[in-house]
Design a binder for this molecule. Structure first.
Ligand SMILES: C[S@@+](CC[C@H](N)C(=O)[O-])C[C@H]1O[C@@H](n2cnc3c(N)ncnc32)[C@H](O)[C@@H]1O
Length: 162
């Protein structure tokens, strides 16, 4: 179900780099970061490289990126693998009013302004919005529920929510 979007946006973002991945088409991307261990590169614009100081002390990062090929007006959607319509805010779909995606990635190494990581699911060239350290004490919730996905996915998929 599509809705009318507001006439103007409320804020500006800087695309601070691009994400380099092996996939050029959306349909070839992994469904979620846990579905692939392919090496990818976060190419931060060199002007922001000073902001990487000490980041290599972390094993995992939270990466925020802009799903530039996604629709923005679909507030109810049928997930690819699960037929019933769901509200966009109960989905990890790239199509949302602000098409911001997040993944928790494993950091392998940093070369200058290039971050070599594993655990991404976007097409090559996807704009980068932000990078933050993943902090297990804050970001990990082993007791979290799987919501509506509990009823429709297998135990194996519970490790790979999309
Ligand atoms: C289900 S989304 C999950 C994104 C992110 N891991 C999250 O949870 O917010 C991943 C899918 O988005 C699609 N996709 C990848 N790159 C995209 C882009 N630049 N614009 C729109 N859709 C994209 C692909 O179909 C991919 O399988």
């Amino acid at each position: 179900m599509a809705v009318a979007l507001p006439e103007r946006t409320d804020a500006g973002v800087y695309f601070i780099g691009r994400i380099r991945t092996p996939w050029t088409r959306r349909e070839d991307c992994p469904k979620n970061p846990a579905a692939s261990d392919a090496p990818c590169t976060i190419a931060l614009d060199p002007g922001f490289a000073a902001g990487l100081a000490e980041l290599d002390t972390f094993s995992h990062l939270i990466v925020l990126y802009w799903m530039d090929r996604a629709a923005r007006d679909l507030v109810v959607q049928r997930p690819r693998s699960h037929g019933a319509p769901r509200g966009v805010f109960a989905l990890r779909s790239p199509a949302r009013p602000n098409p911001i995606a997040l993944s928790c990635v494993r950091l392998e190494r940093i070369d200058g302004a290039d971050l070599h990581v594993r655990g991404l699911d976007c097409v090559d060239g996807t704009p980068l919005i932000d990078i933050k350290p993943y902090l297990p004490s804050i970001d990990s919730h082993p007791d979290a529920s799987f919501g509506w996905k509990s009823a429709v996915t297998s135990t194996r998929e519970h490790g790979n929510p999309s």
